[in-house]
Ligand binder design. Structure first.
Ligand SMILES: *Cc1c(COP(=O)(O)O)cnc(C)c1O
Length: 373
């Protein structure tokens, strides 16, 4: 890692160099507590998705609040979570590369490891690697419930389930049934309809397996946008929310059942940026562009500056459009942006600068940043 450490513990937030990735620790802690309180009267488990934050420090906070472990999207993320003290990881993805399969099996010497499959030959490759490493792996059958990514059709679950249960080293770990596309459907009614369709597919898969003598003890899925629906389903036994811990401008466009803004969780993640130029009365330029704030799900929001819009991103510059008579932003002023999409924004930084009030309280390395392999 070649980047500078962006701040010192104890310094004033105003002194932190920009661009930096900030965490409002009070807001982060409230988000963690709110999810825990939503699940308090339920026996559905929480397995938070670590692809959002890529940080064992944050994963440990989530586990302290009751999460059973974490989800990861890559073997690299899973390795870093394990090194950071997490002892239960589920890779919510298929792993196909032989070298990665061996790394995954090696990880199972250190902690409980789960992985998803949607292909018979992949099950055999996982079993061979587990045999070679002398470990067990929890293998979940992934069902496509509407995202059109990985995953089989429900009726094909039994033959895959049998291959797992008849293997030497693999344990059937249940069903992975995450509906990614449903998370950002804007109305509650749309999200509910999508998850209901997912529930029907999961029921079919579970029934097919049961007829073949295979019990589904775990049915896992759900993200920030839909988890209350899966929790109520009496079918899902585990949820996998990730973004709730930070939130972002895209999730802020979701609506509750009554049409109000989805504000169960607060923005706790910000890109700290400086106004570097005021070329015209209605334009301000900041030093946060595409290399520091993701724009794949829409532009960031300008936090706490009324009538200022982030209108366009170049590599290292962001263009703010200011409405008339809103000319408080001076060159040198520092402001916070709410990223359009939290996960890819995190992947652009090496460090979180955690603050409380106006003081820097901690620096957390984003240890799994770039761990796409
Ligand atoms: C991203 C992801 C999640 C978390 O979704 P959020 O919308 O960030 O809460 C859960 N499960 C899987 C498989 C994912 O890929």
């Amino acid at each position: 890692m070649t980047s500078r450490i962006p701040a010192q513990v104890g310094m004033a937030l105003a002194e932190v160099e920009t661009p930096a990735l900030l965490i409002d620790l009070d807001a982060l802690e409230r988000n963690v507590e709110r999810l825990a309180s939503d699940l308090a009267s339920s026996d559905v488990r929480v397995r938070t998705h670590a692809k959002t934050h890529k940080s064992p420090a944050i994963a440990r906070l989530q586990i302290a609040a009751g999460a059973v472990g974490v989800c990861c999207q890559t073997v690299g993320e899973a390795e870093i979570m394990t090194q950071g003290g997490i002892d239960d990881v589920l890779v919510t993805n298929v792993v196909v590369d032989p070298a990665k399969i061996l790394r995954l099996a090696a990880l199972a010497r250190l902690c409980r490891v789960g992985v998803c499959v949607d292909d018979e030959s992949n099950v055999n490759a996982l079993d061979d690697a587990a045999e070679r490493m002398g470990v067990g792996l929890h293998v979940l059958v992934e069902i496509d419930v509407g995202s059109e990514q990985c995953g089989i059709a429900p009726d094909d679950a039994l033959s895959l389930g049998r291959t797992i249960t008849e293997s030497r080293r693999l344990r059937f770990g249940g069903l992975q049934a995450y509906h990614g596309r449903a998370q950002h459907l804007r109305t509650h009614q749309e999200r509910e309809a999508a998850v209901k369709r997912a529930i029907d597919l999961v029921k079919r898969a579970a029934a097919t397996l049961e007829r073949g003598g295979i019990q589904c003890e775990t049915i896992t899925g759900a993200g920030t946008g839909t988890y209350p629906i899966e929790v109520k389903s009496r079918l899902y036994t585990e949820i996998q929310p990730g973004s709730y811990v930070f939130m972002d401008a895209d999730y802020a466009k979701n609506r509750n059942r009554d049409g109000t803004a989805f504000d169960r969780f607060e923005n706790s993640l910000f890109v700290w940026t400086t106004v570097i130029s005021r070329p015209t009365p209605d334009r301000a330029i900041v030093n946060a562009g595409k290399k520091t704030v993701s724009v794949d799900s829409g532009m960031p929001l300008v936090h706490g500056v009324p009538r200022a819009t982030y209108a366009g991103a170049a590599d290292e510059h962001g263009r703010l459009v200011l409405s008339p008579n809103n000319e408080t932003l001076a060159v040198g002023e520092k402001i916070r942006l709410v990223p359009g999409h939290c996960d890819p924004t995190v992947n652009l930084f090496d460090w979180y600068v955690g603050y409380r009030g106006d003081r820097v309280e901690c620096l957390w390395p984003i240890e799994a940043r770039g761990a796409s392999i």
